[in-house]
Design a protein around this ligand. Structure first.
Ligand code: BG6
Length: 528
């Protein structure tokens, strides 16, 4: 999350960022020259997210003219064929209205500027030959700088890092020049033990400052804005504490199913896929104390304090579900590559407690799931209700609580639920909502969420990346759920297209709370 203080020139503007001449957004400057090596050049992540993000960075003029991109993959492919394949994919995403890359037209100049940087290199990820060939290619890398991006299946993380280390490719210049950085995707381990082992392995080949562990939720502007909403407004911070807040709900619900990822999902499940990473990151942003600056360590220290204060999540405070045939289609067990008697959860809800001075006693309810009634990634902060006494002799039965909702996806903005007097001669309450949508105030640029992450990595700004300690404390907090002492957690059925299993409602009812309904968001319909 680079701050304008990095910028030598903040006079340019982002207006017309889709025009053919790259215009550097205000407060930003091109990243230092480097070579970006992408392991997994033929994979989905490269096509779907990395190339669209690199294209958007090109349009914004944020890549150095000398920057090069080497794509490594098994399979002999000509560079020209790789480029054509990527271009076709870009065209497809650009035309797809549901894609975050949707744009009226691809800019030919921007594409050819990006295309001429691309070079394909065939190589097995576990073979010494690949790394000696790569070493040769990197001899003249601009500034001696290299970013190694591991866009590969997690089983290749260790061997690739080991080979990079063995080949001397992670050695940085003594004079502080010539950076060597590794970007690692999730899943970063599958539990505490495997995450520790992976950290140990990586850190025996590279220094912590060289390792950029990605959680793509942190690339979303709306997630980065949580700190701005909290710390740039006098309104929220005074009430942002246990004295005023009743509970916090963090939701990442999806309408899609497992989308052909059955074999991955069977091994992973909704809990591992989303809870200790994406949802904990949102929790960290909401719950952290104000840092002293936007310096990476200042921010990450405050988040680390939160992960450290999360109490071990009890299996009793977790509900698992699996979608069955319902209004939205067939059940999970009918998906390709899924066992007909699968016990994998496609829904997970949890009650999480952050035991510190600010949050003690405030439940954080987290839920995520596939094939639910609506797509929503949002955080709702529910305030305690006011004393009812004043209204006791009126027709008002109850007061609804104030709720501030930070909408991350698919609509971007905030909503605030509050009470007013309904028009008329008698005192009746009307629950109303005031909403802010980013699109009403700002030009929303095509953004796939990886632009900031790639740019920050080239700048050496680790604010939005996860540190080894936080990864481990997050896994530690859920270890009792992943390795329960007694029998495995039951998996409750829910109809595809519903609100999730009834047992998840019961989890909140225990404390007199209820989930925010997953109804279709009228803003989502209007803005899509
Ligand atoms: C990924 C998960 O990390 O995040 C997917 O593996 C999930 O299962 C996705 O669909 C959700 O991300 P987003 O940005 O689409 O909300």
């Amino acid at each position: 999350m680079s701050t304008p203080s990095n910028a030598p020139d903040s006079s340019s503007s982002s207006a017309g960022a889709q025009s053919s001449t790259p215009v550097v957004p205000a407060g930003k400057h091109p990243a230092p020259p480097c070579t970006l090596v992408i392991f997994g050049a033929g994979g989905d992540l490269t096509k779907r997210l990395l190339m669209p993000a690199l294209y958007n960075l090109t349009v914004d003029g944020l890549l150095d003219p000398q920057m090069k991109i080497i794509g490594v993959n098994h399979g002999q492919v000509e560079t020209s064929a790789w480029r054509d394949d990527l271009y076709k994919a870009l065209q497809q995403f650009a035309a797809d209205k549901a894609s975050t890359f949707h744009t009226s037209k691809l800019d030919d100049k921007a594409w050819s500027s990006l295309a001429q940087r691309l070079e394909y290199m065939a190589g097995e990820f576990e073979s010494d030959d690949t790394f000696s060939a790569l070493k040769q290619k990197l001899e003249n890398t601009p500034g001696g700088n290299v970013v190694f991006y591991l866009a590969v299946s997690s089983r290749f993380f260790k061997p690739i890092v080991e080979h990079l280390g063995k080949a001397g490719l992670l050695k940085e210049g003594d004079d502080g020049k010539g950076f060597r950085r590794i970007v690692i995707e999730k899943p970063f381990g599958t539990d505490l033990a495997s995450a520790r082992d992976l950290n140990e392995h990586i850190l025996s080949n590279a220094k912590e400052e060289q390792v950029y562990r990605i959680d793509h939720f942190l690339g979303k502007d709306t997630v980065q804005s949580i700190m701005a909403v909290r710390f740039a407004n006098a309104l929220f911070e005074p009430i942002w504490r246990r004295e005023y807040i009743d509970c916090v709900q963090i939701t990442a619900s999806e309408t899609i199913g497992v989308e052909g990822r059955g074999s991955f999902y069977e091994q992973t499940g909704a809990f591992r896929d989303m809870l200790p990473n994406h949802l904990f990151q949102l929790l960290g942003m909401v719950a952290m104390e104000p840092p002293n600056s936007f310096d990476a360590e200042a921010v990450r220290d405050k988040k680390a304090d939160i992960f450290d204060a999360i109490q071990p999540v009890k299996p009793d405070d977790v509900v698992f579900g699996q979608y069955e045939k319902g209004p939205a289609g067939p059940g999970y067990r009918q998906e390709p590559d899924v066992a007909p008697d699968s016990q994998t959860e496609t829904y997970a809800a949890a009650r999480v407690l952050v035991e510190n001075w600010r949050w003690s006693g405030v439940p954080f309810y987290l839920r995520t799931g596939k094939r639910l009634a609506a797509r929503r990634t949002e955080i709702s902060v529910q305030l305690k209700t006011v004393p009812f006494r004043l209204f006791r002799d009126t027709p008002v039965n109850a007061l609804t609580p104030n709720v501030l909702t930070l909408r991350i996806d698919p609509t971007h903005g905030t909503s605030f639920d509050f009470n007013v007097k309904a028009p008329g001669p008698i005192m009746q309450m009307g629950a109303v909502q005031s909403s802010f949508n980013y699109g009403d105030f700002f030009d929303e640029q095509p953004n796939v969420g990886y632009e900031t992450l790639l740019y920050d990595c080239m700048l050496g700004d680790e604010t939005l990346f996860q540190r080894a300690d936080s990864i481990e404390t997050s896994w530690a907090a859920v270890d009792d759920v992943l390795h329960p002492k007694g029998s495995p957690l039951p998996v409750h059925g829910y109809p595809a297209g519903s609100q999730g299993p009834a047992e998840a409602d019961a989890l909140l009812a225990r404390n007199g709370h209820a989930w925010r309904p997953l109804s279709k968001d009228k803003d989502a319909d209007a803005k899509k």
